[in-house]
Design a protein around this ligand. Sequence first.
Ligand SMILES: [Fe+2]
Length: 141
Amino acid sequence: MASEPAQSIVWSDDFLIGIEELDYEHRRLVEDIDTLHRDLVADVEMNRIEDTLGRIHARMQAHFALEERFMLLHEYPHYPEHKAEHERLLDEYTELMTKFEREQNLDDLEATQDVLSKWIVNHILSSDKKMSLMVKSAKQT
Ligand SMILES: [Fe+2]
């Protein structure tokens, strides 16, 4: 029997950062990662897995760009570090995705899904929440 894929990421209101358009996109991203988990459990065709991987990539790119515009608009002082974290996440994800497309190794992909879930959760709970709190408190002064 094949081993169970890593735990999925499940949306929780703990992930809300209080900025509606960013919360909406975070939720979509979490759902896409959950779709990848379901694809792995259901043993679907490689084509479908590649579609899901591509969708996650596109969503990450678009979402990070939106968040970066938001930070610039609000003159967020930690913009450079936050943007660098986005770039690192996207680069690492791109590398994992390309490796999967080349080798089609499902065990690696399970590890990827696990790593991806942890990154996203950590990033939302730490960097994005910090950004939201600072932007909101700056607005009040
Ligand atoms: Fe972010």
